[in-house]
Design a binder for this molecule. Sequence first.
Ligand SMILES: Cc1cc2nc3c(=O)[nH]c(=O)nc-3n(C[C@H](O)[C@H](O)[C@H](O)COP(=O)(O)OP(=O)(O)OC[C@H]3O[C@@H](n4cnc5c(N)ncnc54)[C@H](O)[C@@H]3O)c2cc1C
Length: 512
Amino acid sequence: MIGAGPGGIAAGVKLKRAGVTDFVIIERADEVGGSWHENHYPGLEVDIPSLAYQYSFARNAKWSRLFAPGAEVKQYHIEVARRFGLYAHTRFDTTIAGEEWDESNHCWILRVQGGGVITARFVISAVGAFISPKQDPGIAGLADYRGKIQRPSNWDHDYDHGGKQVAIIGTGASSVQITPSIAGEVAGLAVFQRTPVWCVPKPNPVMPGAVQAVLGIPGVQAAVHGSALVVIDALLRVMSNAPMTVVRPTMRTVDSVAITGYKGLLRLMVKDPATRAGLTPDYGPIAKRPTANTGYLLSFNRDNVELVTTPIERFTETGLRTTDGVERAFDMIVLATGYNVFSDPETYVPGMVVGRAGLDLGKFYGEHGLQAYESVSLPGLPNRWTLVGPYSWSGSGWHAFVEMTADHAVRAIGEARRRGATFVAVRQDAHEAYHRDIYARGEAMRYYLAELNAHVPTYYRNSQGDSTYIRPSGFFRARRGHRRFPFSDYRFEVQRPTVVAGTPEAAPSPRT
Ligand SMILES: Cc1cc2nc3c(=O)[nH]c(=O)nc-3n(C[C@H](O)[C@H](O)[C@H](O)COP(=O)(O)OP(=O)(O)OC[C@H]3O[C@@H](n4cnc5c(N)ncnc54)[C@H](O)[C@@H]3O)c2cc1C
């Protein structure tokens, strides 16, 4: 398994529960937790209620707040990994630089960065959604800047930004959390915005002991979370099943009513009319990842916080120059400029994953668009499942989603082992039928993201004009698909030992 974030932990627990113990989790970092280990910037907290951001098999009744702080979320994952004995399975500080299918031995050869290989009969790729922060913000002159560069991932806490002039580039989810948490500490804060983000207030009360006690009653959290899933499922199903003659005008109306409502919210929260205008989105609320934070909009009422909407021309030695020729000097610049995301074809570098008959995942996605059977497997990539793949996120909290994709992988591996199979790959016809269906169901999403809101930059729409982030099938259908897919959709084969000069060829030690 590659990755020890929330997904890798879910798959590890499920493998163990299925009686599979011969596995290793390969993790490039030095701790489990994925995004929650990598990110520890000021203000980080979960943006959906904590009780929806946890495993069904390890519900925590003791969250300190409705939306738990990042450090607490990370600690939760450490405790789950400990409780289920995953540390003994994890090889830290090890980065997989490439994966290649070995047809003669029915296994994957994983190239380790810095040298060496690991062979594995089966691979579960749990590398997540936000694969790597964009190192290059796409603005000229970064190397010229002599001040402090901060990134939301890997925040340098030794640098004291107190009393300094600070810029933050980007207004996505990280910026929305960082801005209000440092605004009161710095001398000046300039927020450079390309696209205004939707940001609604998020009261975050401390969880009273009585509530924690109720949440500790078996079944209560599952029931509350289950009810939310029913609502999300209904919305997604309506969107993917309604005729386009209904969908188009409805989406247009919903967007414009929402924008009008948001303008009202801005009037209540932001004093300066010009700043308010700058913060007003001209696109629908789910065309780009919406955010929630009470302090973000209020920050713009502070005398030391400025919203800059003029595009940045370049970094200078001392700060930033905008296209109107204005230069501003900063002690520290925060690059909140986003990630390479799983739903973009560019994220899959050619040569990184090479399967059967030379199928190169990067080239395949570049030429044919992102696709995968039930979002997890491809015919040319035997014995391999991805937890966060094309058309995968089903509107739920992350854990419910990666639990179901992990269920799929573990079920297929379990069946292969039961049959003594060394090879298991989804059939071409099953894959194509699935992809045709899911692509057709995505019509409303494509209309919303690639037509109605085509003018807004968003990772919900990729460079190919596809909306491969979201699975347009509803939550429960997705869960059923993963837990009950027919085994006949897969081809299982048993490797015949290759006989060389009368002796069976040694097979590599199989690990999952
Ligand atoms: C800052 C931030 C905040 C978020 N907040 C929320 C939220 O509030 N609500 C929500 O629903 N979602 C949120 N998400 C999205 C999602 O829930 C998290 O990213 C979550 O951690 C994803 O879990 P994962 O296991 O799928 O991936 P990750 O957490 O990204 O874990 C992947 C792991 O794989 C490892 N890895 C990757 N490549 C390799 C390699 N080549 N070799 C070895 N190891 C590798 C990484 O080091 C990492 O540990 C947030 C994401 C980020 C980045």
